[in-house]
Design a protein around this ligand. Structure first.
Ligand SMILES: [Zn+2]
Ligand SMILES: [Zn+2]
Length: 254
């Protein structure tokens, strides 16, 4: 299994792209602006998208991805998300005002998108690849994902503040290899992290104290313009894990 980082940042500008990971050639985890890196052929090859939550930096390109590929595909794009996320996208995005309702268009019997609900703890198996939703604690309902090749697992935390259940779930993953975790805010903006449901280096250190497994740690979703100071704080708080900044283009082989 191959996981390609198409976007892993909290905002756009310059080289930055928001969250989108490509699993092999046919699965996306989130559809932020990283999804715009796909060619037309690659877009057509996407069969399944797993969304973490409804914020635009994680799902903003979903409607345009469906639009670009839909007429070339034989089947709808299957989109897994929390029921609350699906309800938000149906009400506010695919509502025939912001964008066509591709859950019934271009034809009700042949739509471009079909939603499938997923809850934290549930696993979807696709061709031997197991994708499991994990708990998260954010400003809106949100899940992280474990992607398990059978040999090893990569976990993406999604957007979350300290969530004990997330760390306890990690302890149950026998083949845990990579952890991609957000550290959006620097420590002196702990109030912003609490308000918006994000992590600081101090909160990351608290979470890591609950972790009972070794893991390769990658930091994602740092606030633009504060990457250096945030990463300095992460290196101090989690030095034993030798955390690295994840960058667009990074490929994980599992
Ligand atoms: Zn985000
Ligand atoms: Zn968010």
């Amino acid at each position: 299994m191959r996981i390609t980082t198409l976007g892993c940042n909290a905002s756009i500008t310059g080289e930055l792209r928001t969250t989108c990971y490509l699993v092999d050639d046919d699965i996306l985890i989130d559809a932020g602006t990283g999804a715009g890196e796909l060619s037309l052929a690659q877009s057509i090859a996407i069969d399944t998208v797993f969304l973490t939550h409804s914020h635009l930096d994680h799902c903003g390109l979903l409607p345009m991805l469906a639009d670009a590929a839909g007429s070339f595909r034989d089947a709808p794009l299957t989109v897994y998300a929390l029921p609350e996320t699906i309800a938000t996208l149906e009400e506010h995005m695919l509502n025939n005002k912001l964008w066509p309702d591709y859950t019934v268009q271009p034809m009700p019997e042949r739509p471009y998108i079909r939603f499938r609900p997923i809850l934290a703890g549930e696993t979807v198996e696709l061709g031997g690849r197991r994708i499991t939703a994990l708990p998260a604690r954010h400003a809106v309902p949100c899940v992280g994902y474990r992607i398990d090749s059978g040999k090893a697992s990569l976990v993406y935390s999604a957007d979350t503040t300290l969530c004990e259940d997330f760390w306890l779930a990690l302890n149950r993953i026998d083949n845990l290899k990579h952890l991609l975790i957000e550290t959006t805010f620097r420590n002196d903006n702990a109030a912003g992290a609490a308000r918006s449901g994000h992590t600081t280096a101090n909160l990351l250190a608290q979470g890591l104290r609950l972790l009972e497994r070794p893991v390769e740690l990658f930091i994602v979703h740092m606030e633009a313009g504060y990457e250096e100071v945030t990463m300095r704080e992460v290196l101090q708080a989690a030095s034993e894990y030798h955390p690295q900044v994840l960058r667009r283009g990074h490929v994980f082989e599992l």
